[in-house]
Design a protein around this ligand. Sequence first.
Ligand code: PDD
Length: 285
Amino acid sequence: MSRIVYVNGEYLPEGDAKVSIFDRGFLFADGVYEVTSVLDSKLIDFDGHAVRLERSLNELGMNHPIPKDDLLEVHRELMRRNDLTEGMIYLQITRGADADRDFVYPSEDTPNTIVLFTQAKNLKDSPMVAKGMKVISIEDQRWGRRDIKTVQLLYPSMGKMMAKAANADDAWMVEDGAITEGTSNNAYIVKGNRIITRHLGNEILHGITRAAVLRFAKSAQMEVEERAFTLDEAKAADEAFITSASTFVMPVVEMDGQPIGTGKPGSVALRLREIYLDESLKAAV
Ligand code: PDD
Protein backbone atom coordinates (compact mmCIF):
# COMPACT_ATOMS: atom_id res chain seq x y z
CA MET A 1 0.00 0.00 0.00
CA SER A 2 1.37 3.38 -0.97
CA ARG A 3 1.66 5.87 1.86
CA ILE A 4 -0.81 8.76 1.79
CA VAL A 5 0.77 12.11 2.54
CA TYR A 6 -0.63 15.61 2.97
CA VAL A 7 0.56 18.47 0.76
CA ASN A 8 -1.02 21.93 0.78
CA GLY A 9 -4.56 20.80 1.53
CA GLU A 10 -4.54 17.54 -0.44
CA TYR A 11 -4.15 13.90 0.58
CA LEU A 12 -2.10 12.12 -2.10
CA PRO A 13 -0.15 8.90 -2.66
CA GLU A 14 3.47 9.77 -1.77
CA GLY A 15 4.63 9.39 -5.37
CA ASP A 16 2.16 12.03 -6.57
CA ALA A 17 3.06 14.67 -3.97
CA LYS A 18 5.05 17.59 -5.38
CA VAL A 19 6.53 20.90 -4.25
CA SER A 20 8.17 23.59 -6.36
CA ILE A 21 11.94 23.64 -7.00
CA PHE A 22 11.72 27.32 -5.94
CA ASP A 23 10.39 26.40 -2.52
CA ARG A 24 12.41 28.27 0.11
CA GLY A 25 12.59 25.15 2.23
CA PHE A 26 14.51 23.48 -0.59
CA LEU A 27 16.69 26.48 -1.53
CA PHE A 28 17.32 28.16 1.85
CA ALA A 29 16.21 25.69 4.57
CA ASP A 30 13.63 28.41 5.24
CA GLY A 31 11.14 26.25 7.07
CA VAL A 32 10.22 24.73 10.40
CA TYR A 33 9.11 21.27 11.45
CA GLU A 34 7.64 19.16 14.22
CA VAL A 35 7.70 15.45 14.93
CA THR A 36 4.81 14.10 16.99
CA SER A 37 4.76 10.51 18.17
CA VAL A 38 1.81 8.15 17.88
CA LEU A 39 1.17 5.40 20.43
CA ASP A 40 -1.93 3.20 20.53
CA SER A 41 -3.31 5.27 17.61
CA LYS A 42 -3.12 8.46 19.67
CA LEU A 43 -0.99 11.58 19.44
CA ILE A 44 1.45 12.24 22.28
CA ASP A 45 1.54 15.86 23.47
CA PHE A 46 -0.04 17.31 20.32
CA ASP A 47 -0.69 20.59 22.14
CA GLY A 48 2.95 21.03 23.10
CA HIS A 49 4.07 20.52 19.50
CA ALA A 50 1.40 22.90 18.17
CA VAL A 51 2.49 25.62 20.62
CA ARG A 52 6.17 25.22 19.72
CA LEU A 53 5.32 25.28 16.00
CA GLU A 54 3.54 28.59 16.49
CA ARG A 55 6.58 29.96 18.33
CA SER A 56 8.97 28.81 15.57
CA LEU A 57 6.77 30.49 12.92
CA ASN A 58 6.63 33.70 14.97
CA GLU A 59 10.39 33.80 15.51
CA LEU A 60 10.94 33.60 11.73
CA GLY A 61 8.16 36.07 10.85
CA MET A 62 6.27 33.39 8.94
CA ASN A 63 2.51 33.19 8.41
CA HIS A 64 0.40 30.74 10.39
CA PRO A 65 -1.14 28.82 7.53
CA ILE A 66 -3.35 26.40 9.43
CA PRO A 67 -5.35 26.71 12.67
CA LYS A 68 -4.50 24.25 15.45
CA ASP A 69 -7.82 22.36 15.27
CA ASP A 70 -7.44 21.81 11.52
CA LEU A 71 -3.87 20.67 12.04
CA LEU A 72 -5.06 18.11 14.60
CA GLU A 73 -7.63 16.87 12.09
CA VAL A 74 -4.92 16.46 9.39
CA HIS A 75 -2.81 14.41 11.85
CA ARG A 76 -5.81 12.19 12.64
CA GLU A 77 -6.82 11.78 9.00
CA LEU A 78 -3.25 10.71 8.10
CA MET A 79 -3.30 8.17 10.93
CA ARG A 80 -6.61 6.78 9.64
CA ARG A 81 -5.61 6.68 5.98
CA ASN A 82 -2.29 4.96 6.75
CA ASP A 83 -3.52 2.68 9.55
CA LEU A 84 -0.84 4.16 11.77
CA THR A 85 -1.01 2.81 15.31
CA GLU A 86 2.60 3.49 16.39
CA GLY A 87 5.27 5.76 14.95
CA MET A 88 5.65 9.43 14.12
CA ILE A 89 3.97 12.17 12.13
CA TYR A 90 6.37 14.61 10.49
CA LEU A 91 5.12 18.13 9.75
CA GLN A 92 6.99 20.78 7.78
CA ILE A 93 5.98 24.33 6.96
CA THR A 94 8.16 26.47 4.72
CA ARG A 95 7.91 30.11 3.65
CA GLY A 96 6.65 28.79 0.31
CA ALA A 97 7.80 29.09 -3.28
CA ASP A 98 8.96 32.40 -4.71
CA ALA A 99 8.99 33.11 -8.48
CA ASP A 100 12.78 32.80 -8.49
CA ARG A 101 15.75 32.28 -6.15
CA ASP A 102 16.10 35.40 -4.00
CA PHE A 103 17.62 35.87 -0.54
CA VAL A 104 14.97 38.47 0.24
CA TYR A 105 11.74 36.93 1.53
CA PRO A 106 8.86 36.84 -0.95
CA SER A 107 5.77 39.01 -0.31
CA GLU A 108 3.64 38.07 2.69
CA ASP A 109 0.78 36.77 0.56
CA THR A 110 3.01 33.98 -0.79
CA PRO A 111 1.33 30.78 0.40
CA ASN A 112 3.34 28.60 2.78
CA THR A 113 4.10 25.03 1.81
CA ILE A 114 2.70 22.50 4.30
CA VAL A 115 3.69 18.86 4.17
CA LEU A 116 2.85 16.06 6.60
CA PHE A 117 3.65 12.37 6.41
CA THR A 118 3.52 9.32 8.67
CA GLN A 119 6.41 7.06 9.69
CA ALA A 120 5.44 3.66 11.10
CA LYS A 121 7.91 2.50 13.79
CA ASN A 122 7.99 0.48 17.01
CA LEU A 123 8.78 3.16 19.53
CA LYS A 124 7.69 1.62 22.82
CA ASP A 125 9.59 -1.66 22.47
CA SER A 126 12.82 -0.28 21.05
CA PRO A 127 15.71 -2.73 21.63
CA MET A 128 17.81 0.30 22.60
CA VAL A 129 16.04 0.55 25.98
CA ALA A 130 17.70 -2.62 27.31
CA LYS A 131 21.05 -1.97 25.63
CA GLY A 132 21.43 1.75 26.18
CA MET A 133 22.95 4.19 23.70
CA LYS A 134 26.60 4.82 22.99
CA VAL A 135 27.40 8.46 22.31
CA ILE A 136 30.46 10.41 21.27
CA SER A 137 31.18 14.08 21.92
CA ILE A 138 31.60 16.50 19.02
CA GLU A 139 31.99 20.25 18.73
CA ASP A 140 28.65 22.10 18.39
CA GLN A 141 28.96 23.90 15.06
CA ARG A 142 25.30 24.84 14.57
CA TRP A 143 23.88 28.35 14.24
CA GLY A 144 22.88 30.48 17.24
CA ARG A 145 19.08 30.01 17.21
CA ARG A 146 18.73 26.33 18.02
CA ASP A 147 15.56 27.13 19.96
CA ILE A 148 13.78 27.50 16.60
CA LYS A 149 12.95 24.10 15.12
CA THR A 150 14.18 24.80 11.58
CA VAL A 151 14.85 22.24 8.87
CA GLN A 152 18.56 23.18 8.74
CA LEU A 153 19.72 19.77 9.91
CA LEU A 154 22.95 19.26 8.00
CA TYR A 155 25.26 19.53 11.01
CA PRO A 156 23.14 17.19 13.17
CA SER A 157 23.16 14.82 10.22
CA MET A 158 26.98 15.07 10.01
CA GLY A 159 27.08 14.42 13.76
CA LYS A 160 25.09 11.21 13.32
CA MET A 161 27.56 10.12 10.62
CA MET A 162 30.52 10.87 12.91
CA ALA A 163 28.82 8.74 15.59
CA LYS A 164 28.21 5.94 13.11
CA ALA A 165 31.86 6.00 11.99
CA ALA A 166 32.85 5.62 15.66
CA ASN A 167 30.44 2.69 16.14
CA ALA A 168 28.22 4.82 18.35
CA ASP A 169 24.51 5.67 18.21
CA ASP A 170 24.56 9.43 18.55
CA ALA A 171 26.69 12.48 19.29
CA TRP A 172 26.38 14.98 22.14
CA MET A 173 27.47 18.44 21.09
CA VAL A 174 29.86 20.54 23.17
CA GLU A 175 30.20 24.31 23.25
CA ASP A 176 32.66 26.14 25.53
CA GLY A 177 33.27 22.89 27.41
CA ALA A 178 29.56 22.30 28.15
CA ILE A 179 27.14 19.86 26.55
CA THR A 180 24.36 21.57 24.60
CA GLU A 181 22.26 18.58 23.43
CA GLY A 182 22.24 15.46 21.26
CA THR A 183 21.91 15.68 17.47
CA SER A 184 18.13 15.27 17.72
CA ASN A 185 17.41 15.05 21.44
CA ASN A 186 17.98 16.74 24.80
CA ALA A 187 20.79 15.46 27.03
CA TYR A 188 20.75 14.62 30.76
CA ILE A 189 23.08 13.25 33.40
CA VAL A 190 22.30 11.91 36.86
CA LYS A 191 24.71 12.52 39.73
CA GLY A 192 23.89 11.54 43.30
CA ASN A 193 20.13 11.36 42.59
CA ARG A 194 20.09 14.79 40.91
CA ILE A 195 18.91 14.98 37.32
CA ILE A 196 20.96 17.62 35.51
CA THR A 197 20.04 19.04 32.10
CA ARG A 198 20.96 22.24 30.33
CA HIS A 199 18.78 25.29 31.05
CA LEU A 200 16.60 26.68 28.25
CA GLY A 201 18.05 29.37 26.00
CA ASN A 202 18.90 29.92 22.33
CA GLU A 203 21.57 27.19 22.54
CA ILE A 204 19.16 24.23 22.60
CA LEU A 205 15.78 23.17 21.31
CA HIS A 206 13.11 23.48 23.98
CA GLY A 207 12.11 19.83 23.86
CA ILE A 208 8.45 19.00 24.34
CA THR A 209 9.47 15.66 25.87
CA ARG A 210 11.97 17.51 28.09
CA ALA A 211 9.23 19.75 29.51
CA ALA A 212 6.99 16.74 30.27
CA VAL A 213 9.78 14.59 31.74
CA LEU A 214 11.00 17.38 34.05
CA ARG A 215 7.41 17.97 35.20
CA PHE A 216 6.93 14.26 35.94
CA ALA A 217 10.33 14.03 37.66
CA LYS A 218 9.44 16.93 39.97
CA SER A 219 6.04 15.39 40.79
CA ALA A 220 7.83 12.16 41.66
CA GLN A 221 9.98 14.17 44.14
CA MET A 222 13.11 13.73 42.02
CA GLU A 223 15.62 16.56 42.22
CA VAL A 224 16.12 18.48 38.97
CA GLU A 225 18.90 20.96 38.22
CA GLU A 226 18.63 22.98 34.98
CA ARG A 227 22.16 24.17 34.22
CA ALA A 228 25.00 23.67 31.78
CA PHE A 229 27.10 20.59 32.56
CA THR A 230 30.54 19.77 31.21
CA LEU A 231 31.78 16.83 29.19
CA ASP A 232 33.91 15.80 32.21
CA GLU A 233 30.80 15.78 34.40
CA ALA A 234 29.04 13.61 31.84
CA LYS A 235 31.91 11.13 31.84
CA ALA A 236 31.89 11.01 35.66
CA ALA A 237 28.07 10.78 35.95
CA ASP A 238 26.20 7.92 37.64
CA GLU A 239 23.98 7.62 34.58
CA ALA A 240 22.89 9.52 31.50
CA PHE A 241 19.92 9.63 29.15
CA ILE A 242 18.26 11.54 26.33
CA THR A 243 14.70 12.60 25.58
CA SER A 244 12.85 13.28 22.32
CA ALA A 245 9.46 12.68 20.74
CA SER A 246 10.73 9.60 18.90
CA THR A 247 12.78 8.01 21.72
CA PHE A 248 10.85 9.23 24.82
CA VAL A 249 13.45 8.61 27.55
CA MET A 250 16.42 6.54 26.39
CA PRO A 251 19.40 5.51 28.56
CA VAL A 252 22.94 6.44 27.49
CA VAL A 253 25.60 4.00 28.71
CA GLU A 254 28.82 5.09 27.05
CA MET A 255 30.57 8.36 26.22
CA ASP A 256 33.60 8.48 23.91
CA GLY A 257 34.21 4.76 24.40
CA GLN A 258 34.09 4.89 28.23
CA PRO A 259 31.22 3.43 30.27
CA ILE A 260 29.03 5.91 32.15
CA GLY A 261 28.35 4.68 35.70
CA THR A 262 27.91 0.91 35.59
CA GLY A 263 27.80 0.94 31.78
CA LYS A 264 24.19 -0.35 31.97
CA PRO A 265 20.90 1.56 31.55
CA GLY A 266 20.35 3.51 34.79
CA SER A 267 17.43 3.16 37.16
CA VAL A 268 16.48 6.85 37.03
CA ALA A 269 16.27 6.79 33.22
CA LEU A 270 14.23 3.59 33.20
CA ARG A 271 11.85 4.86 35.87
CA LEU A 272 11.37 8.16 34.05
CA ARG A 273 10.67 6.29 30.82
CA GLU A 274 7.96 4.29 32.53
CA ILE A 275 6.37 7.36 34.14
CA TYR A 276 6.58 9.30 30.87
CA LEU A 277 4.90 6.54 28.86
CA ASP A 278 2.14 6.04 31.47
CA GLU A 279 1.35 9.71 31.90
CA SER A 280 1.65 10.68 28.22
CA LEU A 281 -0.64 7.87 27.13
CA LYS A 282 -3.25 8.99 29.65
CA ALA A 283 -3.17 12.49 28.17
CA ALA A 284 -2.82 11.41 24.51
CA VAL A 285 -5.37 12.59 21.95
N1 PDD B 1 14.14 16.02 17.21
N2 PDD B 1 16.99 18.75 20.44
C1 PDD B 1 17.04 18.66 19.10
C2 PDD B 1 18.19 19.26 18.39
C3 PDD B 1 16.02 17.97 18.39
O1 PDD B 1 16.09 17.88 17.05
C4 PDD B 1 14.96 17.38 19.11
C5 PDD B 1 13.83 16.65 18.42
C6 PDD B 1 14.95 17.50 20.52
C7 PDD B 1 13.85 16.92 21.36
O2 PDD B 1 12.65 17.65 21.22
P1 PDD B 1 11.24 16.94 21.41
O3 PDD B 1 11.24 16.35 22.76
O4 PDD B 1 10.28 18.05 21.29
O5 PDD B 1 11.10 15.90 20.33
C8 PDD B 1 15.98 18.19 21.15
C9 PDD B 1 13.10 15.36 16.46
C10 PDD B 1 12.48 14.21 17.18
C11 PDD B 1 13.65 15.01 15.09
O6 PDD B 1 14.34 15.85 14.55
O7 PDD B 1 13.35 13.94 14.56
